[in-house]
Design a protein around this ligand. Structure first.
Ligand code: TXA
Ligand code: MG
Length: 335
C-alpha cells in the first residue's frame, strides 16, 4: 500500500496532507489526487524520470501523451509557443474547469510528457484539493486518469486501488476527497491550426463554439490512421473488464430468457419498468449531468460482480449526451 491514503475533508483547515503530497511530487514521486472530472495520477511534469514512472505504472503506450495540470490560467503561456486569442477566450470562460487545450509546446516541457510530439495538453482543474496541491507543488503536474491503461477512469479513490492493484505501492500518496463531481474526463480541444474537438466531454461543443464564435472541427476519423492525433480516440478505451452490450430499449422477456439460460447479466437503464430479479439492475438518472457523474461508479461496481455481460439501455441522443455516448461506445468496443 502507498504510505498514506489521506481522507481529505477540508484542505483549507488541514493542509498538512497537501503539503506532504506536494513534497512527494517535488521529490519525483507519484501522487493520486482528485479533480472535478476523475482521479489523476500525478508527477512533476518537468522531471522526465518521474513522468516515466506514470507510463510504467499504468502500462500506458509511450505514444499516448499526458495532460499537464496548472494551478492558474495565467501559467499556461509559460509552457506554450503560441497563445492565440482562442486560447485566451476559452481559458477565461472555462478554467478552472473540465477543458483541456492542446497547443505548441516550448522546449521546457520534456518529450516524455508529450510522447515526443510538438504539442502539449494543458488544463486547470476545478477541484479545491487539486488546486491546493498544484499551488503547493509549484510545478506543473502531468497526470492521466489514475487507472491501468485502457480501463475506465476512477471517480473514487477505491476505484484507483482496484485498478492499480498491487502496483499501488509505486504511488507515494493518495488524496481521497470522495466521489468526483463531473465523472467523465475533460473535453480536449486542439488549438493547433483550426480549433478541433479531440475528445468530447461534459463541456459541450455548443458551449465551446459559443465562446470561439465559430464551429469546431470534428475529431479526425482515426479508425484507419497510423499516427493518432489523440490516443484517447482509440476505439477501445475506457472499458470495464466485463463485456458490454449496448441496446435500444432492453426487452424484459429477452433478459429473463437469457438469465434463465444461466447468463449473469447487469443492466444500466433509465427506465423504471420491471426487470427480471436475476438481473443486477442499476437505475440511471434522467439528466445527462447526473448520468455522467454516476456512470463510471456504476460500471466499476458491476465489474466487481463477475457478470457475463453488462447491458446498457442507451440514453437519449443530443448534444448533452455526446460524451456519454462516446464513452459507452468505446467501453463496448471489442478491439
Ligand atoms: O479529465 C481529465 O482530462 C483527466 C484528469 C485527471 O485531468 N485526465 C485524463 O487524462 O483523462 P488521460 O491521460 O486519461 O487522457 C488524456 C487525453 C488522452 O486522450 C490523450 O491522448 C490526450 O488527452 N492528449 C494529451 N496530450 C495531447 C496532445 N499533446 N495532443 C493531443 N492529445 C493529447
Ligand atoms: Mg485515461
Amino acid at each position: 500500500m502507498p504510505q498514506v491514503l489521506h481522507k481529505i475533508t477540508d484542505c483549507v483547515k488541514n493542509d498538512a496532507p497537501i503539503q506532504a503530497a506536494a513534497a512527494c511530487l517535488r521529490r519525483g514521486e507519484l501522487v493520486v489526487f482528485p479533480t472535478e472530472t476523475v482521479y489523476g495520477l500525478g508527477a512533476n511534469a518537468l522531471d522526465p524520470s518521474a513522468v516515466e514512472k506514470i507510463f510504467a505504472l499504468k502500462g500506458r503506450p509511450a505514444c499516448n501523451p499526458l495532460i499537464v495540470h496548472l494551478a492558474e490560467p495565467a501559467q499556461a503561456r509559460r509552457w506554450v509557443r503560441e497563445w492565440p486569442q482562442s486560447a485566451e477566450a476559452l481559458a477565461a470562460a472555462f478554467w478552472p474547469g473540465p477543458l483541456t487545450l492542446v497547443l505548441p509546446k516550448t522546449d521546457d516541457i520534456p518529450p516524455q510528457v508529450t510522447a515526443g510530439g510538438p504539442t502539449v495538453a494543458l488544463r486547470v482543474p476545478a477541484h479545491p484539493v487539486a488546486l491546493a496541491l498544484l499551488r503547493a507543488a509549484q510545478v506543473p503536474v502531468a497526470a492521466p486518469s489514475a487507472n491501468r491503461s485502457g480501463e475506465i477512469s476512477p471517480t473514487r479513490a477505491e476505484h484507483v486501488l482496484r485498478s492499480l492493484g498491487e502496483r499501488i505501492v509505486e504511488v507515494a500518496m493518495i488524496l481521497d476527497a470522495g466521489p468526483t463531481q463531473v465523472g467523465l474526463e475533460s473535453t480536449v480541444v486542439s488549438l493547433v491550426g483550426e480549433p478541433r474537438l479531440l475528445r468530447p466531454g461534459q463541456l459541450s461543443v455548443q458551449q465551446i463554439e459559443a465562446v470561439l464564435g465559430r464551429p469546431l472541427e470534428p475529431p479526425d476519423d482515426v479508425a484507419e490512421s497510423v499516427s493518432l492525433p489523440s490516443p484517447g480516440l482509440l476505439r477501445r478505451h475506457y472499458s470495464p473488464r466485463t463485456r458490454m452490450e449496448l441496446v435500444n430499449a432492453a426487452d424484459p422477456a429477452e433478459l429473463a430468457d437469457r438469465a434463465a439460460k444461466g447468463e449473469r447479466l447487469g443492466l444500466l437503464t433509465q427506465s423504471d419498468a420491471p426487470v427480471p430479479s436475476a438481473v443486477m439492475v442499476q437505475r440511471m438518472p434522467g439528466s445527462a449531468v447526473a448520468y455522467a457523474a454516476r456512470l463510471y461508479d456504476v460500471l466499476h461496481t458491476l465489474d466487481t460482480l463477475g457478470l457475463d455481460r453488462i447491458i446498457v439501455d442507451l440514453p437519449p441522443t443530443g448534444s448533452d449526451w455526446q460524451a456519454i455516448h462516446d464513452r459507452l461506445a468505446r467501453a463496448a468496443a471489442q478491439d
